[in-house]
Structures are given as C-alpha cells and as structure tokens.
Design a protein around this ligand. Structure first.
Ligand SMILES: [Zn+2]
Ligand SMILES: [Zn+2]
Length: 274
C-alpha cells in the first residue's frame, strides 16, 4: 500500500529543525510514496515581519517553496514531494491571508487553529485557570468558521487543545457536550468538499491517539465525509512517516476505503488495501 505523509515541517518553520532535503531522505528511507512539506504560516502575524516571535513569514515561506521546488526536481524518481503550507488562523485577518496564499502556487493547504482570536496559542495556556468548556466552545466555533474558508484543502488536527489538556492536566475532556458543534464543522467540510486531517502526532504523545480520534473520524464518515488526509506533523526528519500506517488503520476502521493526497488542490485517492 502507498504510504503518504501530508503534514511535515522543515527548518523553514520556526519550531522545526530538519532541512527539506533531510525530510525527503527520511521519507525515502521509510518507503513513503509522497510527502507534503507544510511549513507554518500564521497569517495574522505576517505584518510583524522579523519582529514576529515566529520570525518573518515573508522570508520563511518563499524559502520553503524554493527548497520544496528543488527537492521535487532532485527526488522526482523516488518520491512525490508536494508543495504544501500549514496556514494558521486564516479567518483572523483576510488581507494577510491573501498575502500568504500569494506566496506560491501551492498544491495543498492545511488550515489550522492554534490560537483563538485575542488568545495565545493553546500551547501557552494555563488549563488550571481557563474555563475549559468555554475555551472548547470557542475553539469549535472558530473551527466551523475555518471550515467555511474557501482556500484550503484539509482541516488540520481537530482536537489540538486536548493534546495539552491531557499532557498537563491528565484527563481527556468529555466531548459529548460539543457534538452538535463538531457535526457542524463536519457538515461544512463535506458541503465544501474539503478533507479532514488524521494527525498521527498524538500517537507518540501523552494523548495517545490521533487528532481527531477514531470515533470522530467515523462520525465524519457517517455524515458523508469523502476525504481524509494523514499526516505526522513531523518537526524533525526522525518522525517523517512514523504512524502513517496507524493513521490509515484509523481511516479504515472509520469506514474509509481510501485516503487523499493533493496535487494542485485536487484530491488523488490512495486505496486502503486490506
Ligand atoms: Zn498545527
Ligand atoms: Zn503542523
């Protein structure tokens, strides 16, 4: 079966360290058929330039695209390298989001929510002092808004805040109070023919499951979801391809017969073999 990793970060992301070339070599070594490099662009902060705590996206993303383009050429017979982007909070600032989209002709865009409007990244929140129910309500509302955004292909790591809640507080919040909100997100994705990402990074963290986990992926399928993408969210070459098979198993258990990779924003279906 073809294994594809649709979410990786190179050293053009502020929090990652491997060059695109190293990611490609790791991908080939792990026997991947395709890999998307999806460096971070937190659109609302582009205007801050080098003063941004994440560095200048105006510098990082064009460099990421150049590195991906050379790797595409260099490894053309061994690996399908996909020109991707992880676009953070596209709904926070439409103007800067358009600026981000104009960096290149991307093949694949992951849309993510790492921070709510006016709040810090979920990574920095103190879950002892925030009202978790209120936070998750806001989170799922923002995801529904993001799902309605036109220019992306797959919605990244749904349940992202839970990763930190489990890590720091040691419990997995009951999501049943949010089921209507989550259904709304899925229905918008389905209507707009967008994919849901199965992010396997959680398998190697205390949360111990994919983001989102199998019951949620199954719900997406039951509602009529057609496309899932699978990604490791690797921030180092060591993690490239790790857990993709488990991610495929989650998709299969949820009912999917295929998962998707993207070229020019068009899904290409990879059959899940039994
Ligand atoms: Zn992310
Ligand atoms: Zn990521």
């Amino acid at each position: 079966m073809k294994l594809c990793d649709m979410h990786t970060h190179s050293d053009n992301s502020f929090d990652a360290k491997s060059a695109v070339d190293e990611l490609c070599q790791a991908a080939i070594k792990s026997g991947l058929y395709a890999m998307a490099v999806t460096d971070h662009c937190e659109a609302e902060f582009i205007n801050l330039g080098e003063n941004c705590e994440f560095g200048s996206f105006d510098r990082q993303i064009p460099q990421s695209v150049r590195d991906i383009n050379s790797a595409k050429e260099k490894y053309r017979d061994k690996l399908l390298v996909i020109r991707g982007l992880e676009l953070g909070e596209p709904m926070h600032d439409p103007e800067q989001t358009s600026h981000a989209l104009a960096y290149a002709d991307f093949d694949f865009i992951l849309a993510s929510v790492h921070n709510l409007r006016g709040r810090d990244d979920f990574y920095y929140l103190d879950y002892k002092t925030v009202d978790v129910t209120e936070l998750l309500n806001e989170y799922f509302d923002e995801l529904a808004e993001t799902a309605a955004f036109e220019h992306f292909d797959s919605l990244a790591h749904l349940t992202y805040p839970l990763r930190y809640i489990v890590e720091r507080e040691g419990y997995y919040p009951d999501l049943s109070p949010f089921s209507e909100k989550i259904d709304r997100i899925f229905n918008i994705l389905i209507q707009n023919k967008k994919a849901l990402e199965i992010n396997v990074s959680g398998l190697f963290k205390s949360i111990g499951r994919t983001l989102p986990d199998e019951p949620l992926v199954r719900r997406f399928f039951e509602l009529g979801g057609e496309y899932v993408t699978i990604g490791t969210d690797s921030h180092s070459s060591k993690m490239v391809g790790k857990g993709i098979e488990q991610g495929i198993a989650v998709a299969k258990a949820a009912g999917f017969k295929h998962y998707a990779i993207y070229r020019n924003h068009k899904p290409i279906l990879i059959p899940i073999e039994t």
